[in-house]
Design a protein around this ligand. Sequence first.
Ligand SMILES: [Zn+2]
Length: 234
Amino acid sequence: MAKLFQLVKLQEIDNQLLELDQLKGDLPLQVRKLTSRTDQLDKSIIIVKARLKEIAVSIQRLQTLELERKTKTDKLQEQLYLVKTNREYDAFMAEIDHLKSEIDIEELQELELLEEKERLEEQLKLEKLQIVEFSNELNKQEKKLKKTIAGTEKEFEELTEIRETIVPEINARDLAVYDRIRKARDGVAVVPIQNGACSGCFAHLTSKTIMEARSGQRLLTCSVCRRFLYWLEN
Ligand SMILES: [Zn+2]
């Protein structure tokens, strides 16, 4: 009976700890979600800014190149009047055509980069607004959570201290089973028998089990939910 008594005591403490934890509501989840969102935005903003820098460099390079080719084309066109043979003329024309088609390609590349730049600048503007919004919300939720934790801190510490005095009195094997069931069954591993049934899963118990529980001779478990059972004297 002493074994079960310690487990019942432990469950009572854990129920109170669970209640304290539930006071936090969904605040821990909200804080985690908002933290992950702001982190994602932070990363995205860094990537977008780096890409915008790359684009600026590429556009600069293309514009310099275009200017060079245009100057060269103009020069060739002037020289065209001075050529003497058809062969020379064809060679000049071929070079001018080549330069012009290069310029066309580069202008197209520049246009694509400008479009990308515009798109990314819009994205950056939006993400900067979002990050301010999320950060403010995160701040608010974190404050609420801290306040809740601070309000229950003393009780939490007291309960934890009591828990630490009970735990060593329970053998390791029972404690391991207790922890396992608690994890699997929403924090409740020890329940009283009520109206001839397990009050954890409401499974009906045999009269033999009830009798054994009443006598308190050994540790009983519900055959359905595996929780420890005890007889609650009225
Ligand atoms: Zn049960």
